[in-house]
Design a protein around this ligand. Structure first.
Ligand code: ASP
Length: 332
């Protein structure tokens, strides 16, 4: 019997149409005819299409993630898998957020998109969609991103190329599957539900992000009373300037104001190790918390998620340092 797949379209280049006079790409309602354009999809599975909104993914925020999670949760018992088509720009954020919200997801939830619209020559949309639907029929109970023949854990990915078709990478976790002549699924890399399926809904926007650059005095960065957590995107293993400017004093001030302070790195691959250098050790002593080997997307969405779940700082700090959905390699 054919598997049932819920296909949710949210917008992005994959479904955009080019305005012929200006060349600008805009969201379009191409999905009405999707199954006619790619009839192979119906050969793979029984496809049910939902279109909650159609946006460039730059427009999305946690309210859209909440809508998506609600649609998926409502249908999860009735389908074998879910495919979400989405703009590539914030795809890694949505995938990370959904992985925290849809805990112990029992079926594959595969997000995909395209670098070129489906109706253009040499588009990657067709391949990405067909393969995402095929993989959504397999036993891969995770929130994933499929892009350019590779299936990745969603909360381990970042968009790393603007022009090439291999637009996503998973710098700190191996691929879950690869598509060639055959589909290779790397079973040992796949998570298995550690408990019953549960949906967590709350998010909070009370997060501010400070990205460092040489010469940054950062005076413009004044997180207000409504901000409960600051995520610093530092250098390399988690270093900041100790002697140039007054960032350490500012961080101490935020901590005295009962804000939580977290540390990430602009480098994508590897784990931050703040204790390696003087500045990072000082931050750890102050109570700043390291984001380990999480991507920026996974860390930022996790903080918004945890700030929404908890009012008190302790469970936020403790949960940030644990893997909720495979986004972090915990040190034993
Ligand atoms: N701006 C588009 C979006 O994220 C880019 C894409 O889909 O590739 O919606």
């Amino acid at each position: 019997m054919k598997k049932k797949i819920l296909l949710i379209h949210t917008g992005g280049t994959i479904g955009m149409t080019r305005d012929l006079s200006s060349g600008v790409l805009r969201p379009d309602h191409f999905y009405a005819s999707l199954l006619k354009v790619i009839p192979e999809l119906s050969a793979i599975a029984d496809i049910e299409v939902e279109i909650p909104f159609v946006f460039d993914s730059a427009e999305l925020d946690f309210q859209h993630w909440q809508r998506l999670a609600a649609i998926i949760a409502a249908r999860i018992d009735a389908v074998n898998g879910v495919v979400v088509t989405h703009g590539t720009d914030t795809l890694a954020y949505t995938a990370s957020a959904l992985s925290y919200m849809l805990r112990n997801v029992p079926v594959p939830v595969i997000l995909t998109g395209a670098q070129k619209p489906l109706d253009e020559l040499r588009s990657d949309a067709r391949n990405n969609l067909i393969n995402a639907v095929e993989l959504a029929c397999a036993d891969i109970p995770e929130v994933c991103i499929f892009f350019d023949y590779q299936l990745m854990r969603g909360n381990r990915t970042s968009k790393n190329h603007i022009n090439f078709f291999d637009a996503f990478h998973s710098p700190n976790y191996p691929l879950l599957a690869e598509v060639g002549i055959n589909i290779e699924i790397y079973r040992t890399h796949i998570l298995h539900p550690g408990g019953p399926f549960r949906v967590f809904n709350e998010f909070s926007p009370a997060l501010a992000v400070l990205k460092l650059f040489p010469g940054c005095r950062c005076d413009y960065f004044q997180p207000g009373d409504d901000i409960r957590a600051v995520l610093i995107v530092a250098y390399g293993a988690g270093t900041i300037p100790l002697r140039t400017g007054d960032l350490p004093a500012r961080i101490e001030k935020w901590l005295r104001q009962d804000k939580l302070v977290f540390l990430d790195s602009e480098a994508h691959g590897g784990r931050i190790e703040p204790q390696l250098y003087e500045s990072g050790s000082r931050l750890l002593e102050m109570g700043v918390i390291s984001s380990g080997d999480m991507t920026f997307e996974a860390a930022a969405t996790k903080l918004m998620f945890l700030l929404g779940q908890y009012d008190q700082p302790e469970p936020i700090k403790a949960s940030f340092q644990k893997s909720l959905a495979g986004e972090l390699t915990e040190l034993s």
